[in-house]
Design a protein around this ligand. Structure first.
Ligand SMILES: C[S@@+](CC[C@H](N)C(=O)[O-])C[C@H]1O[C@@H](n2cnc3c(N)ncnc32)[C@H](O)[C@@H]1O
Length: 191
């Protein structure tokens, strides 16, 4: 990791998304909740579970497990990343999965720990999926909330959804960590 440190802020340029997630290590011993939108095979879920060590931390993976509900790009059609309904096998009782489309789960969904600021992990790839999640969780994104995006580099999808969300809400964020290709980025709300 190549880091530029200031007196207050820390901006990390990461070689991989794993390094990016390590930025979450400052929360390692704190009780946290991490809703993860877009799970697929659960590799990041497993990784996060290893980083966030508090026994009462909750990791909630939300995914249809039926793959992308729309075509993303010429390489990733509807149904890409389907596991055929199979859930990741993660041996950690703090991890739970909600098997639903975001659009079906979110209207009645509340995070388990109302008082805890969530760490949001967004990996739905699509504009529509990302926009839906951000809009529905707007009131849970407070100063200090960190949002991790996977596949942020696609201007037409996650990046567009986030840009529109900022325009709509007037919230301010600072970039805290990123991979060189901007596929994986983390932002923290500052205002
Ligand atoms: C790229 S995959 C996740 C990759 C995974 N996090 C990783 O890096 O190994 C995107 C996931 O988002 C899910 N997804 C996208 N839009 C969704 C939606 N609206 N509702 C539920 N799941 C959705 C797909 O089923 C798919 O598993």
């Amino acid at each position: 990791m190549d880091a530029v440190t200031g007196t207050r802020y820390f901006l990390a340029r990461c070689a991989s998304d794993r390094c990016l997630h390590r930025h979450g290590e400052r929360r390692a011993e704190r009780r946290s909740q991490l809703p993860e939108f877009g799970v697929w095979k659960g590799e990041p879920t497993n990784f996060w579970a290893g980083i966030l060590k508090h026994p009462q931390t909750r990791l909630i993976g939300i995914d249809s497990f039926e793959g992308l509900p729309e075509t993303w790009n010429s390489y990733n059609d509807v149904g890409e990343f389907s596991t055929g309904g199979r859930l990741p096998d993660i041996d950690d009782s703090r991890v739970e999965f909600v098997v639903e489309y975001f659009e079906d789960s979110l209207p009645g969904f509340s995070l388990p720990d109302a008082e805890l600021q969530p760490i949001l992990n967004l990996d739905g790839d699509l504009y529509s999926s990302t926009s839906y999640v951000l809009t529905h969780l707007e009131d849970r994104i407070s100063i200090g909330t960190v949002i991790y995006f996977d596949e942020f580099g696609d201007r037409l999808h996650e990046l567009r959804a986030f840009e529109e969300f900022i325009d709509m809400t007037g919230m301010n964020f600072r970039l805290v960590a990123y991979t060189g290709d901007l596929a994986h980025v983390a932002f923290e709300r500052t205002g």
